[in-house]
Design a protein around this ligand. Structure first.
Ligand code: SF4
Length: 73
């Protein structure tokens, strides 16, 4: 069996994204991706975050520093 095959450039890019956004896999109090303005489809448990600093798939219970209240709630 071979070990993990990591694309170093993408790994570094991902680490940078996490660092600048303080992205985490848990909500902060009641704030989470599913209630964030930038979470593309709030009915999905994973969805695209379209914030310019992220542009990645995230989970509905994740949170980051750029969280903003959805304006359709
Ligand atoms: S901006 Fe942050 S909190 Fe909002 S959806 Fe994207 S990763 Fe989640």
């Amino acid at each position: 069996m071979t070990g993990p095959q990591v694309d170093e450039a993408r790994f570094a890019e991902t680490q940078h994204t996490v660092k600048v956004s303080a992205l985490r896999g848990r909500p902060l109090d009641d704030d989470r991706c599913a209630t964030c303005y930038y979470y593309l489809d709030p009915t999905d448990d994973i969805s695209f975050c379209w914030h310019e600093k992220l542009q990645i798939l995230v989970g509905d219970n994740w949170w980051c520093h750029f969280w903003e209240m959805r304006d359709d709630d």
